[in-house]
Design a protein around this ligand. Structure first.
Ligand SMILES: Nc1ncnc2c1ncn2[C@@H]1O[C@H](COP(=O)(O)OP(=O)(O)OP(=O)(O)O)[C@@H](O)[C@H]1O
Length: 267
């Protein structure tokens, strides 16, 4: 059997006295879409940084794409595609110029670049906009272009840190259609999101709270076993159990989807 694409065993990260990530274990298979969920400050970004080889864990073990997170961080970095909510596109370059820029960073040949421009423009639905300045594109187009640039080097693992934050619901749907297609092609996707509809679109989700993974599973199964209406209710129930406080009517401590919903409504 092939090794999972991501395998963490009791990984930890301490910042001085603060235990940002506490013995988190994860195993993510090829082609899976895995959602890492949790409120702000839960430890999601820190976990992602350890997976990407950007920071070294304080304890535990981890292998990503078959490489050790302590010893082979450069090989891991080369093998992944990464996109965050700050898209990292150049607004003063055209669509094609942005794609070419990222292709050059990864050392693609002229022919490969030509091929990838066609593929990415097609995938992102940017036909007819190839020579438009990126700064003039709407949020949804930029986001799809950014995803195209993140996979320019055909990575086997794609890491998306709140990639749809602040993007309108229709564009989010189109973006997820792209993710489903990439997953069908065998690309593994690790995504963080505050949107519950997106969380429910993942093959599996893991919920992190205060540095610990509290629960993991297939969204529908989690909802069913907890006799809940949705994932949000499952997570709120768990946080209430752990903190011994009632947060059902107060999301102040769990800025989970409230803020994002407000943004959606204002679009
Ligand atoms: N470089 C750092 N030095 C000290 N503390 C840090 C550092 N990076 C993160 N932390 C702390 O570690 C904890 C986990 O932070 P992390 O960014 O991983 O949370 P998160 O779940 O990604 O939150 P968000 O959704 O806001 O990005 C927080 O208490 C944060 O303040």
């Amino acid at each position: 059997m092939n090794e999972p694409i991501i395998i963490l065993d009791k990984i930890q990260k301490d910042y001085g006295d603060l235990k940002a990530v506490k013995e988190v274990s994860l195993s993510i298979e090829k082609g899976e879409i895995y959602g890492l969920l949790g409120p702000n400050g839960a430890g999601k970004s820190t976990t992602i940084k350890m997976i990407c080889g950007v920071i070294k864990p304080s304890g535990g073990t981890g292998r990503v794409l078959g490489y050790d997170v302590y010893k082979h961080s450069n090989l891991i970095k080369n093998g992944i595609g990464y996109m965050s909510q700050k898209f990292s596109l150049y607004e003063d370059l055209t669509v094609i110029e942005n794609i070419t820029f990222f292709a050059n960073i990864y050392g693609l040949s002229k022919n490969e670049i030509k091929e990838r421009i066609v593929q990415i423009v097609e995938m992102a639905g940017l036909n007819g906009r190839e020579h438009q300045l990126t700064g003039h594109l709407s949020g949804g187009w930029k986001q799809r272009l950014a995803l195209g640039c993140a996979i320019i080097h055909k990575p086997k693992l794609l890491i998306l840190d709140e990639p749809t934050a602040g993007v309108d619901p229709v564009s989010r749907r189109l973006f997820w259609e792209m993710l489903f297609e990439l997953s069908r092609q065998g690309i593994t996707i690790l995504v963080t999101t505050h949107y519950m509809d997106e969380a429910q679109s993942c093959d599996r989700v893991g919920f992190i709270f205060s540095g610990r993974k509290l629960i993991e599973g297939v969204p529908k199964a989690l909802i069913k076993t907890h006799n809940a209406n949705n994932l949000e209710d499952v997570f709120i129930e768990l946080v209430e159990e752990v903190t011994h406080t009632s947060i059902k009517h107060s999301f102040d401590n769990l800025r989970f989807i409230k803020e994002k919903e407000a943004k959606d409504e204002s679009i």
